[in-house]
Design a protein around this ligand. Structure first.
Ligand SMILES: Nc1ncnc2c1ncn2[C@@H]1O[C@H](COP(=O)(O)OP(=O)(O)OP(=O)(O)O)[C@@H](O)[C@H]1O
Length: 604
């Protein structure tokens, strides 16, 4: 329907020209001859009015139809893209090729909302058909005006003169002032300008700007980038005036008049209306053919981006095993058991492995503390054990099953964690906590219980709107929309590092208490908490991981720099330079008098 409506619409310019020519002819007859009839003029005017009404209605129908089609397509494309984004795992997303592909796919989806390049439209193909129809209808008019054999030369000359600007543009001859081009230097300056503006305007950078005295530097960088852009803009009129010498537009218009003169001379039937329609059609062909070339070029870019979009839909999460290899996670009493043998892992692009030849085992219901110096690989090991990252060498068995055979989403349903760089959602306390167990995010008692377990009741009570207080997220500036005036900024509330940590712990507790959860991983969960609060949180972790009778229900792994907490664990893994150098109970490692013992003595 959209195609036929657009074809019908593109026939209108030619029909318009013809209808107006007939009226001009009739008016000319009124002034110049006796062959004029009022009834014929009235009839022509009525036809013209009818044509305008029809054109207007068809335009309205086509526009609303186009909007519906475009919005449906846009929803579908954006939905597909979101669907794939949320499924892709960390190893897939860190691949630079995948990133590029996703970026191109993003450009394709944005082109539907008009926020992409701004010149690319998925409607290009439709426009090509419309432009072709428009050109053909105008050609038909010109041919009908030059129908006798003696007009053959005039016809060829007419068409050539109409297509001349398009032909010249293939040879890079400017027939119109060119669009301003952006050089690499200018693009870099524009990028820098935007960064500096962002630094100056965003509240989240303000403390560091003040502390490090960045104001002057921002201003200097901004003004030098602005100067580059101003200089580029200043050269634009100069270029235009210079190029105006070569601007062939006027010449082309003159050339287009030559066939017209021949037509006037050779045809006695030529009159004012015919000349009008002839002139309009020649110019319409000229503009439409140029538009056709540009749109075709855009359409090819569209095809390229569309293929990126289609390829991105084929991307599979790297951690996902093949369907035939998937083994379902089976819950065992007392929590999960983990068995790691000779495991090594290097981050993509890193020459040095972050984990080297790791061997350890944790029994169901046991508590493992991972300790070590900064950069020794503790967080990386936690992520591998949680199947957020893959590994290059060795093996990792979960309840005796190779972790690579488990569907990561199935495994994750049995784990809960606080990551070192936990997320701070730009949302209410309720959502920040409740998202730990998404099924209960709207269930207030569950959120309140998690907040209570994280000893955050006092914090929530102190907030202006309690659980419904919107938290201010560092580095996140929410977008304002019309109608939201004041909404964003009035209610946001900042939290201290320790308070945020309590929120993250509460989020982990949201699901940690569920019977399905077998593994709890805490990466420095209490680093910002005072000693008393830390002790309370560890007591709660112990309480959650045991039954009321003291029977172990969940396996717990925690990473800590405070070695006083490590003694709570059944086993301690001392990590140095990506590998486990000491493994055993706190007492065993102290007796060994090695790295752990000296780190422990230094920390107390
Ligand atoms: N995304 C990454 N890409 C490349 N290298 C990384 C990445 N994350 C961590 N590393 C490197 O891996 C090594 C181990 O980092 P990891 O975060 O596991 O150490 P850590 O023991 O947890 O340190 P900390 O005690 O400071 O938290 C470090 O050398 C680090 O630079």
């Amino acid at each position: 329907m959209m195609v036929s409506l657009n074809i019908a619409r593109s026939l209108f310019p030619a029909i318009r020209g013809y209808s107006q020519a007939l009226i001009v002819d009739e008016l000319y007859a009124l002034i110049a001859s006796d062959s004029f009839t009022w009834s014929r003029l009235l009839c022509l005017i009525l036809v013209e009015v009818f044509r305008r009404v029809l054109e207007g209605s068809l335009d309205a129908v086509a526009a609303s139809n186009e909007r519906v089609v475009l919005e449906s397509a846009r929803f579908y494309i954006e939905y597909k893209q979101m669907e794939h984004r949320v499924r892709l795992d960390v190893p897939t997303m860190t691949d630079p090729i995948v990133r590029d592909l996703l970026q191109e796919s993003e450009l394709f989806s944005r082109s539907f909302s008009g926020t992409g390049f701004g010149f690319l439209s998925p409607m290009d193909f439709l426009q090509i058909i419309s432009l072709l129809t428009e050109i053909l209808s105008h050609m038909f008019l010109i041919i009908s005006l030059t129908s006798c054999p003696s007009h053959c030369g005039i016809l060829v000359l007419s068409i050539l003169s109409a297509l001349l600007p398009t032909i010249l543009s293939w040879y890079n001859v400017p027939t119109n002032p060119p669009d301003p081009r952006t050089t690499t230097k200018e693009a870099r300056a524009a990028d820098r300008l935007e960064k500096m503006r962002n630094l100056a305007y965003s509240d989240s950078y303000r403390p560091e700007i003040a502390l490090f005295g960045l104001g002057e530097w921002i201003l200097k960088s901004w003004s030098s980038a602005r100067k580059v852009i101003l200089e580029a803009e200043a050269t634009q009129p100069y270029q235009t005036s210079q190029l105006a010498q070569y601007n062939l537009t006027e010449l082309i218009y003159a050339i287009q008049n030559i066939p017209l003169l021949f037509l006037l001379k050779s045809s006695s039937s030529s009159c004012l209306g015919s000349i009008t329609v002839y002139r309009t059609s020649i110019q319409s062909i000229m503009y439409a053919s140029r538009g056709l070339v540009t749109t075709t070029r855009m359409a090819f870019q569209g095809i390229f981006l569309m293929s990126a979009f289609c390829a991105s839909l084929e991307l599979k999460p790297r951690l996902q095993p093949k369907d035939q290899d998937v083994i379902q996670y089976v819950q065992k009493p007392g929590g999960v058991s983990l068995d790691v043998r000779g495991l090594s892992y290097a981050y993509p692009g890193s020459a040095e492995p972050a984990l080297k030849n790791i061997t350890l085992s944790v029994g169901a219901g046991e508590t493992l503390a991972i300790v070590g110096l900064n950069g020794s690989g503790k967080s990386t090991l936690a992520k591998v054990l949680l199947r957020i990252l893959d590994f290059d060498k060795g093996s990792l068995n979960v309840n005796g099953v190779d972790i690579r055979s488990l569907d990561p989403s199935d495994y994750h349903k049995h784990t809960s964690a606080v990551f070192q760089g936990f997320s701070k959602f730009n949302s209410t306390v309720k959502e920040n906590v409740g998202l730990g167990n998404v099924e209960k995010v709207g269930y207030r008692p569950a959120v309140t219980q998690a907040v209570h377990l994280a000893e955050a009741d006092g914090l929530v009570r102190s907030l202006p709107k309690g659980l419904m207080t919107v938290l201010e997220t560092p580095g996140f500036d929410s977008i304002s929309y019309p109608g939201m005036m004041g909404y964003n900024h009035q209610q946001r509330h900042g939290l201290s590092g320790g308070e945020w940590q309590r929120i993250a712990i509460a989020r982990a507790f949201m699901r940690a208490t569920e019977p399905d959860i077998d593994l709890l991983v805490f990466d420095e969960p209490t680093s910002s908490l005072d000693a008393h609060a830390q002790s309370q949180i560890f007591d709660t972790i112990t309480k959650i991981s045991e039954s009321p009778t003291g029977e172990r229900l969940k396996t717990v792994i925690f990473i800590t720099h405070r070695l006083s907490t490590a003694r709570r664990a059944d086993k301690v893994a001392m990590m140095e330079n990506g590998t486990i150098t000491e493994f055993g109970s706190h007492e065993e490692l102290l007796a060994k008098n090695g790295s752990y013992a000296s780190l422990y003595r230094a920390s107390i």
